[in-house]
Design a protein around this ligand. Sequence first.
Ligand SMILES: NC(=O)c1ccc[n+]([C@@H]2O[C@H](COP(=O)([O-])OP(=O)(O)OC[C@H]3O[C@@H](n4cnc5c(N)ncnc54)[C@H](O)[C@@H]3O)[C@@H](O)[C@H]2O)c1
Length: 322
Amino acid sequence: MTLNIGMVGTGWFAKMHADLLAGMADVRLAAVCGSSREKGEEMAAAYGARGYGDPLEMLGAEKLDAVYICVPPDAHGAVERALIRRGIPFFVEKPLGVTTEIPASLLYDIRETGLLTSVGYHFRYQDNVQRLKARLAEDRIGMIVGEWMGAMPGAPWWRDQSRSGGQFTEQTTHIVDLVRYLAGEVTEVYAVYGSRFMQEKRENVSVHDVGTVSLKLESGAVANISNTCVLPSEVSRVGLSFYNEGGLLDWNPNRLLEKREGGTSETPSAGNPYVEESEAFLYAVRTGDRSRIRSDYADGYRTLKVTCAAYESARSGKPVKL
Ligand SMILES: NC(=O)c1ccc[n+]([C@@H]2O[C@H](COP(=O)([O-])OP(=O)(O)OC[C@H]3O[C@@H](n4cnc5c(N)ncnc54)[C@H](O)[C@@H]3O)[C@@H](O)[C@H]2O)c1
């Protein structure tokens, strides 16, 4: 049976997912909805799909098996609500929102209806993250240090706090999500954010450009995750290190480094986690078996809660308990 898929969003990541869908067997991108009909039709034409400028019109006209939502963080709510009402499973890119209010109400309805959902925390599908998870099961975590150090992305919405939620919520969310996935739930956060010079260098910047967040975990382990967007575009460092009883486990998107008393080994990353996450979602749509989905809406919501608590802590100057 061919699955008919709808796409909401016409930007960089909508196209990334659309390209992957176009290469999959028995999957058809049937419709694309943009923020205007023109944008929807323009992207749809490249995939032989129909274009729309209104998600309700798209859902009324098409018989879709699932929808991908790839819009900026502030554009969530109406689309998800329409899909929940119609019982159409959706894959949604992280983060689920700028703040927790709208996602909390969507989560309530998703739980009530039991709708199938998946959230784009793709690192969970990476082979080296699975290897890391297996190593951690045999080790005792002491502490965790993570970072997302890079340049400011070009999209105008990203630099607007009210539209993106800031770097920790929009981007570093991947590292927060990995901490939760690999080391368990977070119980308290304390954050210090600053604005060094991006507000002077670029127009309309309201997000902070440096920040560090300390986290207490349910297990008793502690973590620190720092981020910045002040670097030049060709310079970046993203990763997560575990300082454990058995040694150091140091992950970045390209490799996993293991340093123990017996020696050091390095495993390069292989495969494409974006393909894995889409295949897991579409398998669930096809069969009803959700066991391959590694982050559903409820799980993604817990990550959002941590990142939003960090922002609250940075503003108040006080630790926030979760
Ligand atoms: N998982 C990852 O690695 C990863 C990487 C990049 C982006 N993302 C996420 O994907 C999402 C989109 O990012 P992007 O880089 O594609 O941004 P983008 O700016 O390139 O595209 C966003 C698109 O959404 C459209 N849009 C806005 N509001 C809309 C609405 N109400 N209905 C339909 N379309 C609407 C805009 O017109 C634009 O085409 C963000 O949440 C981002 O965090 C995830």
